[in-house]
Write a protein that binds this ligand. Structure first.
Ligand SMILES: NC(=O)C1=CN([C@@H]2O[C@H](COP(=O)(O)OP(=O)(O)OC[C@H]3O[C@@H](n4cnc5c(N)ncnc54)[C@H](O)[C@@H]3O)[C@@H](O)[C@H]2O)[C@@H](O)CC1
Ligand SMILES: Nc1ncnc2c1ncn2[C@@H]1O[C@H](COP(=O)(O)OP(=O)(O)O)[C@@H](O)[C@H]1O
Ligand SMILES: [K+]
Length: 509
């Protein structure tokens, strides 16, 4: 599903209005009516009848007057409060404000602190609040009386429906600009905005509904570079009857050390459960018997080691195994030491096959990432690993996911899976995909190792790096969501995610 930033949204609106000739007031009518229909649905479900609408100075406020007019016509008890003076409103918003004034709908200004008590009383007496204060036109932080109004609404514990975007939320980054409305539902216009899809925005948006307001889809298809990954985007091909394991790829996983055999297990099992034809697992020699005893479906190799950790001497054995494989994953549980660093660096330097680099393979390349440039590589860092790779702070990364991801792939021309509560995938071509599955139960050790195995399996089955990353992340989250139904979030382990991969994949057929 296409996601548009506020700038792109303005571009498509401009073309729709100025080049195509769709009257802007029609778009406002559709936006307001769609929101009013959502509010009506809520009122009917809960047998309620009283709504207040809080409108700002711009077109978001204009949408609010249309909501008011429609609800009033349907017999709802409606009151409108303006965060600005009536005289400051212009354009389409003024046309709609004049209409509701002419209809005799209650309209009051809340522009001074002493007005707040009227709003407080009205909020108490109402069932639903419609937030039409700011939409994509918000600039900078919210201060003054509007901040007081937003805090009053948030404390009121009412059902809140936001028009387009919760007021105060940065539509592009999901950051809170001083304060923001905590909505129960957001009716966003025509195209979903990125800020609704990443944290903390997700927590403020509530349930998101995309309302069709009449802007042609193709306008967005021409400029969109950000996508939300939904089940429609990750349909799996049916397997052909006349096939054998050779058709589903040979993956080599280089992982594990004496204290982290589990990481190697989870990664290899993740790959085999995602349909990879043959999985080979290379671990330090002393770990091989433990691993082999637990993994019946996987071929294991015990390589040169020092104290239970792969040594640089393993390089020639690894390169030979790589020659015999289609795709490679390196990293889970390798540990971090100088030998591993040099080993990983030399493997990456020599490789010309699709590779997934995770965990310690990422740590191994800190400070000399140039070696990945332009290769068929997928990196899967969490914010901590991304911080080590880029030198940026984890908060800086978390607050600017899209920008950080985009800058990284512009420089290195690889595929990036930036893991977090909302995982973001950035592709060589410069597109950004936001995942829609997963839950906090997956914040558990080993969860990322399973993901690496899954992405590797999709690569082995012939998916491009971009598609393997998107499918791997989506179905990993889906497996976690199915696991949650059985074990909940507290008790979920990486093994629970593994066990639910098959059911997750069944959803894709
Ligand atoms: N342009 C169009 O064709 C359509 C726009 N629509 C609605 O219009 C919205 C965008 O409208 P606008 O561009 O008028 O912008 P907004 O209504 O989001 O807000 C802009 C207004 O708020 C003020 N403002 C911004 N940041 C502020 C801050 N930090 N403190 C105090 N005041 C601040 C600005 O000066 C401006 O007057 C969308 O989100 C959507 O709801 C819809 O009606 C559909 C059609
Ligand atoms: N709150 C959350 N919501 C959704 N997914 C999550 C959440 N927390 C973690 N995850 C997912 O779990 C995985 C954790 O990976 P990682 O941090 O590498 O763990 P490990 O190194 O222990 O395997 C990532 O895919 C991440 O997106
Ligand atoms: K709003």
């Amino acid at each position: 599903m296409i996601v548009l930033t506020s700038k792109q949204m303005r571009e498509v609106e401009k073309i729709a209005i100025e080049k195509i000739g769709i009257p802007s007031i029609c778009l406002m009518e559709n936006a307001g009516r769609e929101t009013a229909l959502e509010v009506k649905k809520i009122l009917e479900e809960k047998n309620l009848n009283s709504v207040i609408i809080i409108s700002g100075k711009g077109n978001n406020g204009g949408d609010g007057y249309v909501v008011a007019r429609n609800l009033y016509n349907w017999g709802v008890d409606v009151k409108v409060f303006l965060t600005t003076s009536i005289g400051a409103i212009s354009g389409d918003a003024k046309v709609n404000l004049d209409a509701i004034l002419n209809m005799g709908i209650y309209v009051a200004e809340i522009t001074q602190r002493e007005h707040l008590k009227f709003l407080e009383k009205a909020i108490k007496e109402s069932n639903v609040i419609v937030d039409a204060i700011y939409g994509i036109g918000l600039k900078g932080r919210i201060t003054g009386i509007v901040k007081d109004i937003i805090e009053m609404i948030n404390q009121a514990n009412k059902i809140v429906v936001s028009v387009d975007i919760p007021s105060g939320l940065n539509a592009d980054t999901g950051k809170i600009e001083g304060c923001a409305i905590k909505a129960s539902k957001t009716v966003t216009m025509q195209f979903v905005k990125p800020g609704l899809l990443v944290y903390p925005g997700v927590d403020y948006a509530g349930e998101v509904r995309v309302a069709e307001i009449g802007i042609p889809y193709r306008l967005a298809a021409e400029i969109g570079k950000i996508y939300l990954v939904t089940s429609e985007d990750v349909k799996l091909p049916k397997r052909l009857g006349d096939t054998h394991k050779g058709n589903y790829g040979k993956a080599l996983i280089i992982a594990g050390s004496k204290n982290m055999t589990g990481a190697a297990y989870l990664c290899a099992k993740g790959a085999i459960k995602t349909g990879c034809g043959l999985v080979k697992l290379a671990v330090p020699q002393s770990a091989q018997s433990v691993i082999q005893g637990a993994l019946y479906e996987v071929i294991t190799y015990g390589l040169e080691e020092k104290n239970g950790i792969l040594s640089y001497n393993a390089l020639s054995s690894v390169l030979k195994l790589i020659d015999e494989s289609d795709v490679i994953a390196i990293g889970p549980g390798l540990t971090h030491d100088k030998d591993i660093s040099q080993l990983v660096y030399d493997i990456v330097k020599n490789i010309d096959k699709p590779v997934v680099l995770d965990a310690d393979a990422l740590n191994a390349l800190v400070g000399r990432l140039e070696v990945i440039q332009g290769k068929r590589i997928i990196l899967t860092p969490h914010y901590g690993e991304m911080s080590r790779l880029t030198g940026l702070g984890t908060d800086e990364i978390k607050n600017n996911l899209f920008e950080v991801a985009k800058t990284f792939i512009d420089r290195y021309k690889v595929t990036l899976v930036l893991k977090g509560a909302k995982t973001v995938i950035a592709t060589k071509e410069g597109s950004i995909y936001i995942n829609s599955t997963g839950n906090p139960g997956m914040a558990t050790a080993g969860s990322g190792d399973v993901l690496t195995g899954m992405i590797t399996a999709f690569l082995a089955q012939g998916f491009s790096e971009e598609k393997a990353a998107i499918h791997g992340v989506f179905y990993h989250g889906k497996a976690g969501d199915i696991a949650r139904e059985y074990v909940g979030e507290y008790g979920m382990t990486a093994m629970d995610i593994l066990e639910n991969i098959p059911d997750a994949l069944k959803c894709g057929l």
